[in-house]
Design a protein around this ligand. Structure first.
Ligand SMILES: Nc1ncnc2c1ncn2[C@@H]1O[C@H](COP(=O)(O)OP(=O)(O)OP(=O)(O)O)[C@@H](O)[C@H]1O
Ligand SMILES: [Mg+2]
Length: 231
């Protein structure tokens, strides 16, 4: 494993997730194995219900796998203690979602400073660092706007800045352009491509937009009924 460890920040093997609803078993992810190369953009596509979000949530540590392995930075997520899992969520992965998930009562700057606080950045440094992050996503003119006072594209930029606050190795994006019009979507995708290049950030994104997936990503994972059909 160690020789691949430099090349592959993330590796899943024989990953399975079965949900239980009453007596019914729902196999959402079925025996997925995949090595994610450092610094690549990888898209996950597939019909609704094919397991895309489940796969992303397992890797993000938001959900617990039924069996298999998720090796991130050489450690198996499935064997991590609660504390290690919290560190994983804080420092190794950043997550962005279709619905932004910002805190509505806080402005852009505060949404980002909060993530920095969780990451242990000293209070005196947070504001400057948050402003820098927001500048890097093109929002230096919107620091004091609350989410309701931002456009969808701007709100998603705040969410991206927040996800990057603690320098994650992998950015996980679940349909982050799903609520945006096509030109705003393109801007957000361009932003991701720049971050990928500038920071060598590994990006794993779920999308319904196969054309964009094929245009921007190094690899496309196609899911059907929880299984990879090709990559
Ligand atoms: N918490 C849950 N409990 C039970 N079943 C679930 C749960 N979450 C997801 N599922 C089921 O698992 C399957 C995969 O769901 P998932 O959300 O991963 O699909 P998806 O590919 O992201 O779909 P979409 O494109 O609609 O977002 C679906 O059949 C769904 O109904
Ligand atoms: Mg989904």
């Amino acid at each position: 494993m160690n020789d691949t460890y430099d090349k592959h920040i993330l590796e899943v093997s024989n990953l399975c997730k079965i949900y239980h609803k009453g007596k019914i078993e729902i196999p959402a992810v079925k025996d997925i194995s995949y090595k994610f190369h450092n610094g690549q953009i990888i898209s996950i596509v597939g019909k609704s219900g094919s397991g895309k979000s489940t796969l992303l949530n397992l890797i993000g540590g938001l959900d617990v796998a039924t069996s298999g392995q998720i090796l991130i930075n050489g450690k198996d997520l499935i064997k991590m203690s609660r504390y290690e899992l919290a560190l994983h969520r804080r420092f190794l992965v950043g997550m962005v979602f279709q619905s932004f998930n910002l805190i509505h009562s806080r402005n852009a700057l505060q949404n980002v400073t909060l993530a920095l606080a969780f990451g242990g950045v000293p209070r005196k440094d947070r504001k400057e660092k948050a402003a820098e992050l927001l500048k890097s996503v093109g929002l230096e003119q919107r620091l004091y706007h609350k989410p309701a006072e931002l456009s969808g594209g701007e709100a998603q930029r705040v969410a991206i800045a927040r996800a990057l606050a603690n320098n994650p190795k992998v950015l996980l994006a679940d349909e982050l352009t799903g609520n945006l019009d096509s030109s705003t979507s393109k801007e957000i995708i361009d932003l991701l491509m720049n971050l990928n290049k500038e920071k060598n950030l590994t990006i794993l994104m779920v999308t319904h937009d196969i054309e964009t997936a094929e245009r921007v990503s190094d690899n496309v994972i196609r899911l059907k009924d929880g299984m990879v059909i090709s990559d």
